[in-house]
Design a protein. Sequence first.
Length: 329
Amino acid sequence: MEDSVAHEQLVIGIDLGGTKICTAVVNRAGGIMAHDHRETLAKEGPQAVIGRMIDAARGVMAQAGIAQCQVAAVGVGSPGPLDIEADVALSPPNLPGWDRVPLRRLIEEGLGIPTTLENDANAAALGEHHFGAGRGVDHMIYVTVSTGIGGGLILGGELYHGATGMAGEIGHTTILTHGPLCGCGNRGCLEALASGSAIACRGRELVAHGVPTKIADLAGGDLDLITARLVAEAASEGDVEAERILSEAMDYLGVGLASLVNLFNPQLIVIGGGLTHIGERLFGPVRRAIKRRAFPAQAQAVRVVPAELGDHVGVLGAAAVAWRMLADQ
């Protein structure tokens, strides 16, 4: 073990998802020293999943060649809803059988290391703020546009939780009062209009109704194979219907983010998630909508940029949560 590593303060970040658990040893600069990726196997229940999280944390310590005493804290990013005050996972939709699970306490007891818990979208926002595109910015909105739409608010340099710890549900702002039904039960949410799931759903509807489109050709006529990525591929090949789907979805995204610009007056909006692979087809409409719809002073003050942390945003976000806990002590 090198002396520099032996004396360096380190944390462990654990990103818990419905399908995978990502774990890493992370230094203060955001450097990943060891990494583990394994299946969640959520159907086995909370006890088994938490056991895998603890095993993964022990594994990355061994992989990095460090002792437990060198790890100052563990940060966990978990799907919500969470009771942040009680450090309890309430009943995350992607984790069946979880009902008021004391996740922070169980991880801390299992590892013997101080542990802190945060909503995964908020953790990702902290990760981009500490290690990625938001470094040095006091007022930032992080948005992830993927299967769903989520995000987090950094206001005055601090993560904003709101009265009950559930602020930042960007995907569930209402854009169309009588719009499509969202998974949350509301209608016309941003997520129901501009997420990867919404784009794929619109593509399937067109094909099911026999509208001529390359989407059907690329999917071989199989509705189950139609994804947002496939719709974007059809659009890039000049398909008018696919282009219309993307354009409409990104216009809605721009409307939603322009409203956030007026509401919070951020310096920066950082957009991550799988849908950012379409590049300017996403960023162009969003920037234009903000310029057109937000107040001029707010629109001029904000930059819209891609996230920088890529696939590591979850685990680095969890590590940022741990570093925040240490800084607050």
